[in-house]
Design a protein around this ligand. Sequence first.
Ligand SMILES: Cc1cc2nc3c(=O)[nH]c(=O)nc-3n(C[C@H](O)[C@H](O)[C@H](O)COP(=O)(O)O)c2cc1C
Length: 170
Amino acid sequence: MSKVLVAFYSRANENYVNGQIKNLKVGNTEIAANEIANLTNADMFKIEQVNPYSDNYNECISQAQDDQRKNARPELKKYPERIDEYDVIYLGYPNYWSTMPMAVFTFLEHFDFGNKIIKPFCTHEGSGMGSSINDIKKLCPNAKVEKGLAIHGGSVERSQKDIENWVKSK
Ligand SMILES: Cc1cc2nc3c(=O)[nH]c(=O)nc-3n(C[C@H](O)[C@H](O)[C@H](O)COP(=O)(O)O)c2cc1C
């Protein structure tokens, strides 16, 4: 059996959901990541910045936008000890301006994902996968990057069936 990792980035606390600021105890992508890990019996790894973005929504927007404009690579708290033991990596992230948070770029540049299968999933408020699949392909040129799953963030709790269908689809 192939060994599976669910690596994801997710930010709890204030977020804009269905047109309103809400305080999320667990981030949307983390909810989806937990479901995927349950379905696939995977190990989990949360991608976390040494200096996390603010809990305050507007401050987070300006910090994340600044990092994106600078094409920054925020330093991560830690990395999985080994990546070679995994054959399949589910990669989860929120859509930030059509791509991934810059910390996910840091994560992807850290390893050689050659010959690994990457299955991307994102949560979003309307932009879907954006250009994230192409960005992952550029960062991991030797990986096999499969079709992604875009989940509306505000509906993540009602998306179990979509997640299950996607996981079982290949
Ligand atoms: C900094 C920031 C930028 C965002 N940019 C977009 C965007 O461009 N398009 C979109 O559909 N949603 C955008 N969103 C909404 C998030 O993608 C959405 O709320 C997601 O479910 C959050 O996932 P999380 O709770 O796991 O962090 C943005 C949210 C934040 C905080």
